[in-house]
Structure formats: C-alpha cells, structure tokens
Design a protein around this ligand. Structure first.
Ligand SMILES: *[C@@H]1O[C@H](CO)[C@@H](O)[C@H](O)[C@H]1NC(C)=O
Ligand SMILES: *[C@@H]1O[C@H](CO)[C@@H](O)[C@H](O)[C@H]1NC(C)=O
Ligand SMILES: *[C@@H]1O[C@H](CO)[C@@H](O)[C@H](O)[C@H]1NC(C)=O
Ligand SMILES: *[C@@H]1O[C@H](CO)[C@@H](O)[C@H](O)[C@H]1NC(C)=O
Length: 512
C-alpha cells in the first residue's frame, strides 16, 4: 500500500530512430509487483482525452491566445495570383519550379505550412519538398521559386504579410527581402521590390484559401511559441482535469481512466521543441487521485515520434506519418504504482503507413519492457486502423501474458453511416458491432477492450431517448468485451462526446 502521494518512478526511455539515437533516463527504480489479477473485474473507463495530448476540437479555447491562429503548423493553403487569376502549383508535385497556371486546385496546388513564428513560415509541397528561392545565383532565373529542398533553410523561409482588412489577401516576402510574384503563368519569382498596394494589378498579391487545419499538441505549443506555451499548457494541465473529476468518476460507476500521453512526456521537464514540460507532473497528480478514489489507470501512448497515423491527436506537425519508418523501443512505465492497471503501447497505428511486421516487433519490445518491471500490468495492443484483420495480432498476443487487443468503435468516420436512421444505427450496434466483438473476443485469445466509443452519430434531430437507447445498446454489446471499455471522452465542448455532460444530464447512467 502506498501511503503517501505517488512519486512516479520511471525507468528509462530509449528511442532508436533511423537517423539518431536518443537516450533519456529518468530517476527511478525497479520494483516488481506480484500478479494480482481479479478475473471478475472489468474495466468501465473514461478517456481523459484532450488533457495531456491536445485536441483542439475538444477544447477550442486553448488556441484563443495564438496570434494568426488560423496559420498553424500543417495548415494547408492554396494561392491564386490576382493578376493571372490562376493557382500557384508545384510543378510535378515538387522537385522543380513553381508555376501559376492552374485553373483549379488540388494536391500539387496545396502547400502545408511549417510555422516559424506568427508571420514566418516554410511552405511544404505535395511531394514533401519545401518551396524556396533557387540557390544557383549564376543562373539567369536565379530568383525563380522552386520546390527542391528536403529540409527548410533560409531560402525556404518566408514572411507572410496579410492585408489588414482582408486577411485572405497575402504577399510573401523571401529572405532576400523581395516579394514573390507570378511573373508569368510559367514563372514564379522572388524579385518584386516595394509595395505596389493590394490591388488586382499587383503581381505580388495572392488570394490565400485555407483548405484544412490541424489543432494538436504541435500546433498549440509551436503556435504560442517558447515564451508563452509553457505557461498556457501548465495552466491547461492543472485546471482541465482536477481531483474533483476523479471524485465524480468514482461516484458514477466508472472504475478506470485511460490517459492518453504523448511521447514528449518522457523528456519532461525539458522535452524537444516545441513541446513543453510539465505533463509528467499532471500525470503524477492523476495517479495520486486514482489512489484516493480507487480508480485504475491505463496509460495510453497516444502520440509517437513522427506520428503513427497522421492525425492531429498523434501530434503530427503537418499530417505526415513517419513513425512506421522508425524503430522504436518504448520502455517507460510507472511500475511500482498499484494503480497502474495497464499500459497501451501505442494508439491507432494506421495500416497504410505502419506495416504489421513493424508493429509486431514494436509490440514485442514494448511487452518485454513492461514485463521487465511489472508482471501484473496488462499490456494493451491497439489494432491498426484501416484495412487490417481484427485478429492480426493474435499470433503475437496469444503467446504472451495478460495481453489485450484494443478496438475502437464509432458510428462515424465512414460514409456507411451517412444516412442511417436512429434504429439503423442501433441495429448496426446489435448486429454488426456485436459480430465484430464476437470475432475478436475468443476464449483462448487475448482479452478485448473497446478503448474508445461514444454515443454520437450522424443522425440529426435525435431525441434524448434516442441517445439513451443508442448508448445502452453500446453498453450492452461492449460490455461483452473481456477486458472492458472506455468512453471517449470525459470532457468535451461537444456535449455528446462528454461523458460528464451525458451523466449530469441523464443521457447515460452507469450506476443503476
Ligand atoms: C519571426 O522570425 C523571423 C525569422 O527568424 C524574424 O525575422 C522575425 O522578427 C520574427 N517575427 C516575430 C514576430 O517574432
Ligand atoms: C504550366 O507551366 C509549365 C511550365 O511552363 C508547363 O510545363 C505546364 O504544362 C503548364 N501547365 C498547364 C496546365 O498549363
Ligand atoms: C446520403 O444521402 C444523400 C442525400 O440523399 C446522398 O446524396 C448521399 O449520396 C447519401 N450517402 C450515402 C453514402 O449513401
Ligand atoms: C451489417 O450487418 C448486416 C446484417 O448482417 C449486413 O447486411 C450489412 O451489410 C452490414 N453493414 C455493414 C455496413 O457492414
């Protein structure tokens, strides 16, 4: 029994990357716990989403103080020349010149921003090079803008100047002090001097359209910058989830929390830029509240270096997915803590970017690392998103002790739900999800965990009773998962995504 507040011990974290190898060791020790599994216990958990890994849609106000907050890392923009009336394009998707001759815009005409500060950016093109001013100064077209650099330097760094009363009109200043202009349809150059106003006759004016944005941890921390981000994030971590939330959870039939964490927590208190330190202290607090209110803790590595799925919730910088290319050993845990119930080695790797072989190797190494310190913590392995068999991890997991397969079930994120009625959504739970559950829940395989679900759908105008029926159908079916389930998430500005709101407003009851 731990009598005092938990002091987290962490062993060490080793990331083996292709390019670099970085070793961070933390204070800590090794204490083995004896196996103390209660076979009758099932997890009825809630995710603490949007807390230690930022997701802007969960708490948009976290981004409110960022200047130029619509131009964060990974924002995708398109640029139309006002004089030519056509879109700027990285010809061939990258590797050669930029042109301004496209009447419609898609991939090659889209640029992903890397933010240096509120007004300074790199522009990443379709094939992932960066737009920049041509280096060969001997050439006649030495101010031509090309997309050749694989990493951004001074020539790839631009000031974005927005018109004060119409921020979609922009001028782009290169590091040579001159502005980009669409000189002809076939040539974009960085050689326009002076002002020239904001009119349609100025070849250095472009109309910028924002296509998509990201609102993850990378965006919020880099958006605020190194001065403000530590203060903003510490304020968020210490106020968003507090002790009273654990009291609420414990009084409302929930026995566990799944806590998404990002890889940078291992570098606390000085993680690599732009991430900021302090989330480890918040996790510390969660463990001590868990102890006080008898709540089990599932730690979930939600964001891996380079991103395992390209989504903002994995802290991607610009939507690209690089984790599958890295070989990573995850070896961090809170081994001596009686409330550490399970470790989820990674959340939602994407089948299109992470091979089954890579993932199995990683899971085996992660499992070994956990077992070195704990014989009783469950080890949770998330199934891959996308085109993957739900039993593909069985051969690995079945040979190991206390392993769990995590599946996420939403009646969302696929056009098969686009036009379903209330009853059709409920039928989908009772038929399709039920058979999905049966397929993955076997008597001799790993345990199963519906680690994310929500009583939200695409039905409009549904009544409270409809939501109750939908939630109850899911509780019935996911209640058959042999490890348990976890609602996504505890708090959210979107009411149905907030289990707290759903309980307080009588949509979901777990105590009757
Ligand atoms: C942004 O960064 C550029 C390049 O380092 C610098 O010249 C500029 O002063 C910075 N602007 C702000 C607002 O910090
Ligand atoms: C755009 O300009 C480039 C460079 O001259 C040319 O190769 C390409 O065919 C042009 N594309 C269109 C759609 O006009
Ligand atoms: C849903 O209904 C809309 C309007 O009737 C239709 O345009 C759309 O194709 C439907 N979507 C699917 C996936 O069936
Ligand atoms: C759901 O299950 C029903 C009945 O087995 C089947 O006809 C239907 O195609 C399934 N729907 C989807 C989207 O897989």
């Amino acid at each position: 029994m731990m009598k005092t507040a938990i002091s987290l011990l962490c062993s060490l974290l080793i990331w083996f990357c292709c390019m670099q190898s970085l070793i961070i060791s933390c204070k800590g020790g090794r204490i083995n716990r004896q196996l103390s599994v209660n076979p009758g216990f099932k997890v009825k958990a809630v995710n603490l989403g949007g807390w230690l890994v930022t997701e802007g849609w969960i708490k948009p106000s976290l981004f409110d103080g960022i200047p130029n907050k619509d131009l964060l890392d990974g924002t995708q923009i398109q640029l139309k020349s006002v004089t030519i009336g056509k879109y700027v394009c990285a010809e061939n998707g990258g590797g050669i010149i930029l042109v301004a001759n496209r009447t419609s815009a898609s991939g090659w005409e889209t640029f992903k921003l890397w933010r240096i500060n509120e007004s300074t950016f790199n522009f990443r093109v379709f094939s992932n090079q960066f737009a920049g001013v041509q280096q060969d100064s001997g050439s006649a077209s030495s101010t031509a803008v090309v997309a050749e650099a694989n990493s951004p330097g001074a020539s790839e760094t631009f000031q974005l100047v927005r018109k004060a009363d119409d921020t979609s009109r922009v001028r782009i200043q290169a590091s040579n002090g001159l502005f980009l202009q669409a000189k002809t349809q076939d040539l974009v150059t960085a050689d326009y001097a002076g002002d020239g106003g904001w009119g349609d006759d100025n070849p250095s004016v472009f109309v910028m359209t924002i296509i998509t944005t990201l609102h993850g941890e990378y965006q919020v921390t880099n958006g605020y910058g190194p001065e403000k981000a530590p203060q903003v994030m510490k304020e968020h971590w210490s106020t968003y989830i507090v002790e009273d939330d654990f009291r609420f959870i414990s009084e409302n039939g929930i026995n566990a929390v799944r806590i998404p964490v990002g890889w940078w927590i291992a570098g606390d208190p000085t993680p690599p830029n732009p991430f900021v330190g302090g989330s480890l202290q918040a996790l510390d607090n969660a463990f001590s509240w868990a102890q006080k209110y008898d709540i089990q803790v599932i730690i979930d590595l939600h964001a891996a270096p380079g991103s395992q799925n390209g989504f903002e919730h994995s802290a991607t910088r610009d939507g690209s997915l690089q984790w599958g290319k890295l070989m990573i050993l995850y070896n961090r845990l809170y081994a001596n803590n009686p409330k550490l119930y399970a470790v989820e080695l990674i959340n939602e790797p994407q089948a299109s970017g992470v091979s089954l072989e890579t993932l199995k190797n990683y899971y085996q190494l992660g499992y070994n690392a956990v077992r070195k310190y704990s014989s009783s913590a469950y080890v949770i392995m998330s199934n891959r998103l996308g085109n993957a068999d739900a039993r593909e991890l069985f051969p690995l997991a079945s040979g190991l002790q206390l392993t769990v397969i995590d599946v996420h079930y939403y009646n969302l994120f696929s056009n098969i739900f686009d036009n379903l009625s209330v009853q059709q959504n409920i039928d989908f739970i009772n038929n399709n999800r039920s058979s999905d559950m049966s397929y993955v829940t076997t008597s001799d395989g790993p345990l199963t965990f519906v680690g994310e679900w929500v009583a939200e759908w695409q039905v409009s105008g549904a009544t409270k009773e409809d939501f109750q029926n939908f939630a109850n159908a899911q509780l019935q079916v996911y209640g058959r998962a042999s490890f348990g389930w976890a609602y996504w998430t505890l708090k959210n500005v979107n009411n149905h995504w907030s289990l707290q709101w759903m309980i307080q407003n009588g949509y979901i009851s777990l105590t009757t």
